[in-house]
Design a protein around this ligand. Structure first.
Ligand code: ARG
Length: 587
């Protein structure tokens, strides 16, 4: 029996084939196969009803004809899938234990899942623009969302076969560098020996320059002069600016290493500085941009707000800005990478910017005959403190990412010391880092990215509920089952007997849900869908494990139950790795 990774696809294809020759359905019929409420089956085809409505036909009659054709063709053999007509015209499908067994035998490891999942997004080229902090500033808690969501989305896309380019679009160019350079020179600050906390120093210098700028016209003139020198390519100022970027990136890299984040490209805003002239020229020539109060702007007359609210692409003083850079960035990415899609993982507060950007690019590319990729702003909400307001330190400052991750590790260490005092010191430290950082990542990913969420240490680190500690513990527990049994989860379990009990079957059904969950997660790039599934799977496993003895004398029963343990482990580990977490064998 040939077993596909995606049972839904097998059903979809069979139903389409059956519909093709039927009057009233035919070629353009979409069966709409979706995961079903487990009471009714594994999948449901919902497409008959809307199709019948459009065609003014009787849905029940169409459904009956479809069912008969499906049976006659025999693409879904009864020993694999059973199906029946329900309600006004739904078709419910139930996978048989034989099918479930075959699936579990066929797809058994992270590598096997990856190979099969490659068909989901194979052939697609996607650029993911994420993290993208500003240099000379510390990363704060706001950056965690873009960083972990971007990493998870990139990993899932890559797993599903897409060719992903991860780009860290650093904010490394702009007027602030006049202030920082001025302050560095005035303090004779040594960027080559920047001390223990170089980015904090840079942030201090920026504040100093900023205050000086406001203090006197003389200072303001001197600061502007430093900026102009930098923009004109003055050796000394360029050298200082480059060091600022290096020092900042080194600090960012430490956080990326802790979080398991990597990039293919780090092309900051500065990379586009000689590419903005062409943007202005083309947009003006095509009549898309116009002068307004000295600035160059784009209006969108068809849009209720953007017909009046300008998209400023050149400031009145002639300088480029965030918008210009983003326009140049799209053109550059399209030229170099020819992506099918570009994803921007950025705070919801920038949604106007991206909406205006995308409208402008569509017109620009339309007129210049460039191929327009899908452009998507994957926006996210704010991290709130327990008082329900944007999270702050006790002193009222923004929470630095570095401090947040350090505190997570310290707090997790407390839990580990309490629960596993017998483990050696270095192992406890390693567990604490994995659990603490994973907990912070997971707490963020488990939320629907569109919503704000309240950050509470108690919840983030809880061993119960939809949390990383709970899932990491579930993984470690399955490893311990294998240690006790003296077996390996990588075994083939050739002696396994067919699945039998209700608990076994329920767990198997949950496991084969993985491909559908990957699709749903990617449909709107919402990692919380995957989190929710992993949490449910861990719960289903507990139900199974509490009800059925795994290590029994009957070797065929033992093998099939161990196989369920091994597959649960593989799916949990795969899922957690896709979310950017590391997993442990012991906890
Ligand atoms: N540096 C920006 C910020 O910190 C985010 C950049 C996002 N990416 C982009 N292509 N605009 O707000």
């Amino acid at each position: 029996m040939d077993i596909g990774f995606q049972p839904a696809k097998m059903i979809d294809e069979a139903v389409r084939a059956a519909a093709r020759g039927l009057e009233g359905l035919g070629e353009d019929f979409d069966p709409q196969v979706r995961p079903a409420d487990p009471h009714f089956g594994d999948f449901q085809a919902n497409g008959v009803l809307p199709h019948a409505k459009r065609a003014r036909a009787n849905p029940r009659a169409l459904g009956t004809a479809l069912l008969e054709a499906l049976e006659a063709r025999g693409d879904l053999p009864g020993d694999r899938v059973s199906f029946e007509l329900a309600g006004p015209g739904f078709i419910n499908f139930r996978l048989s234990p034989v099918y479930l067994d075959a699936w579990l035998a066929r797809f058994g490891s992270e590598a096997a899942f990856r190979e099969a999942a490659g068909a989901l997004r194979g052939g697609q080229r996607v650029v993911v623009d994420f993290s993208s902090p500003n240099t000379a500033k510390e990363m704060h808690v706001g950056h965690i969302r873009s960083t972990v969501i971007g990493e998870a989305v990139s990993r899932i896309l890559d797993f599903c076969g897409a060719a992903v380019t991860r780009d860290n679009h650093l904010g490394d160019w702009g007027t602030q560098f006049g202030m920082i350079i001025w302050a560095i020179k005035r303090e004779k600050f040594d960027l080559d020996a920047p001390g223990a906390d170089p980015v904090a120093e840079l942030e201090r210098l920026y504040k100093l320059g900023n205050a000086a700028y406001k203090e006197s016209a003389e200072n303001a003139g001197a600061i502007r002069a430093e900026l102009v020198k930098l923009q004109r390519g003055d050796e000394e100022n360029l050298r200082i600016w480059r060091r600022i970027s290096e020092v900042s990136l080194e600090a960012f890299q430490k956080l990326y290493d802790l979080l398991g984040v990597r990039f293919d490209e780090v092309l900051g805003e500065s990379y586009y500085r000689d590419k903005v002239d062409a943007v202005w020229r083309e947009l003006e020539a095509e009549g898309i941009a116009e002068e307004s109060e000295g600035a160059l702007v784009v209006f969108h007359p068809e849009h209720p707000r953007f017909k009046k609210q300008p998209f400023i692409i050149r400031k009145a003083d002639g300088a480029s800005n965030y918008a210009t850079t983003d326009l140049a960035t799209v053109a550059d990415r399209v030229k170099r990478l020819a992506p099918d899609e570009i994803l921007y993982i950025v705070d919801a507060r920038q949604s106007d910017h991206f909406e205006q950007l995308f409208l402008t690019v569509a017109k620009w590319f339309g007129k210049t005959g460039r191929k327009l990729p899908r452009l998507r702003h994957l926006s996210f909400g704010t991290v709130l403190g327990e008082d329900g307001r944007p999270i702050k330190t006790k002193e009222g400052g923004s929470v630095k990412l570095k401090d947040l991750l350090r505190e997570a590790t310290v707090r997790a260490r407390g839990v580990v010391d309490e629960k596993a005092p017998d483990l050696p010191e270095d192992e406890r430290a390693a567990i604490a880092e994995c659990v603490g950082i994973g907990a912070v990542q997971y707490a963020d990913l488990a939320q629907n990215r569109s919503s704000d969420y309240v950050f509470s240490w108690e919840r983030v680190l809880s061993l119960e509920g939809n949390t990383a500690p709970y899932l990491l513990y579930a993984v470690a527990r399955i490893h311990s089952i294998f240690r006790k049994a003296g077996e390996s989860p990588a075994d083939a379990f050739a002696a396994a007997s067919p699945l039998e009990t209700e608990r076994e079957l329920a767990l198997a059904r949950k496991l084969i849900g993985l491909p559908a969950v990957l699709e749903q997660t990617l449909a709107d790039y919402r990692p919380h869908v995957l989190c929710g599934y992993l949490y449910e799977l861990a719960g289903e496993f507990s139900g199974f494990y509490n009800a059925e003895k795994v290590i029994v004398d009957d070797t065929a029963v033992r093998a099939r139950r161990l196989r369920l343990c091994a597959r649960t482990l593989a799916v949990l580990e795969t899922g957690l790795h896709l979310l950017g977490l590391r997993t442990l064998e012991r906890m």
